[in-house]
Every structure is written in structure tokens, then in C-alpha cells.
Design a protein around this ligand. Structure first.
Ligand code: 5GP
Length: 204
């Protein structure tokens, strides 16, 4: 009954999801799932903090023993969400953020129908290209692949319940939190409260 919520945050590569999540966690109380990936670490990325960096064989064995709640291939690499952390945190009543791409998000929704699916985007594609270029972490070829992938992902945006534009960071962060708070207040998520309050009234 008091289980925490699963919040799936997706968005174009370069939309600023990482920054949004960092700020969200500074301001509010959220757990963040750390994914496993076969992608090489970017400069400054730390194993166990940004990702669990795996070889393809290691990743495949994670799949084999059901250690991931979802996984997907994205621009030549595998990415997946470790099961244990998510299940434990939710059981402890924590709201858990998954920063994952569209295919993974759909797999999560199928398994956890109450998951909240939020798509974060820049206000236009030009801003996206600028952000990817100025980050300086990817080659021109990879940037182009990520822009092409964004075109595919845009088609899946419709599958998300919420679309948040990351123009001003604080506004975006507060919007994401407001979505989660209002979902928690829905009467479907207040069943135990309704039972309790009616019982208290009956006892008067
Ligand atoms: P990046 O290489 O930029 O860190 O991530 C590339 C894409 O993979 C992003 O869209 C990110 O949200 C997604 N991603 C990261 N972790 C996971 C995961 O565990 N599962 C899935 N399906 N996608 C992920």
C-alpha cells in the first residue's frame, strides 16, 4: 500500500535529463536507479555512480539471471535497469527515478502500470543540437546518430503521459515534482487512507 512510485524519465539525448535529475534530488526526496551499460565511460564518469560499466558478456549474464527489470539497445550499446535496487527502494516507500530511453520505458509500463512516464525535451531541435555539440563528449558521427534517434523517439513521445519542456531548469524540476505529487494524491493511490478514514467515522 505504501509502496513508492516508479518515475520513468526519458527524453532526447542532450535534453538535460541528467541536470534535471540532479537538481530534482537536491530539492526533493527521490532515489535514482543506476543503470548497467556496455557503453564506455565518458570522461569523469565513475563506475557505480553514473553507471555500472559492463562488458557485453557481463551484461548478457545479467539478463540471463533476471537481474534487470528492463533492458534495451541504444546506438550500438546495451543499457538496463538492475532489479534489486528498484524493488527494495519501492518496498521501502521511496520514489525511484529511472532515466531510461523509450523502449525501456514501454517495458516498464507493461510491468508496472502505475509507473509515471515523463518525457523531457528541449524547446526545439536546434537547442538540442547545440547542447549535444557544446557538451563536447561525442564525435560528430555519434551526435548525428543521436539526432536521428531523437527523430524516432519523437514518435514515441505520444506514449508518455507527461511532456515537460526543459527551458528553465527550476521550472522544469518543479513541474516534474508537481506531476509526481499530484499522481500520489489521486484517489486510486489513496485506497488505504479512504478505508481508514471511513473506519474512523464508523467508530464515532
Ligand atoms: P547515455 O549514453 O547518453 O548515457 O544514454 C543513452 C540513452 O540510454 C539515454 O536515452 C538514457 O536515458 C538511456 N538509458 C540509460 N540507462 C538506461 C537503462 O537502464 N535502460 C534503458 N532502456 N535505457 C537507458
Amino acid at each position: 500500500m505504501n509502496k513508492g512510485k516508479l518515475i520513468v524519465l526519458s527524453g532526447f539525448s542532450g535534453a538535460g535529463k541528467g541536470t534535471v535529475i540532479k537538481r530534482l534530488r537536491e530539492k526533493y526526496d527521490y532515489s535514482l536507479s543506476i543503470s548497467a551499460t556496455t557503453r564506455a565511460p565518458r570522461e569523469g564518469e565513475v563506475d557505480g555512480k553514473d553507471y555500472y560499466f559492463k562488458t557485453v558478456d557481463e551484461f548478457k549474464s545479467l539478463i540471463d539471471y533476471n537481474g534487470l527489470i528492463e533492458w534495451a539497445q541504444y546506438v550500438d550499446n546495451y543499457y538496463g535497469t538492475p532489479r534489486k535496487f528498484v524493488e527494495e527502494e519501492m518496498a521501502a516507500g521511496k520514489n525511484v527515478i529511472l532515466e531510461i530511453e523509450v523502449q525501456g520505458a514501454m517495458k516498464i509500463k507493461a510491468q508496472y502500470p502505475n509507473a509515471i512516464l515523463i518525457f523531457v525535451t528541449t524547446k526545439d531541435i536546434e537547442t538540442l543540437r547545440e547542447r549535444l555539440t557544446s557538451r563536447g563528449t561525442e564525435t560528430a558521427e555519434v551526435i548525428q546518430k543521436r539526432i536521428s534517434r531523437a527523430a524516432e523517439e519523437a514518435e514515441s513521445m505520444e506514449a508518455y503521459e507527461f511532456i515537460v519542456i526543459n527551458d528553465d531548469l527550476e521550472t522544469c524540476v518543479d513541474a516534474v515534482n508537481a506531476i509526481v505529487v499530484s499522481e500520489s494524491c489521486k484517489k486510486e493511490n489513496r485506497t488505504q487512507f479512504l478505508i481508514d478514514i471511513k473506519r474512523q467515522l464508523d467508530e464515532l
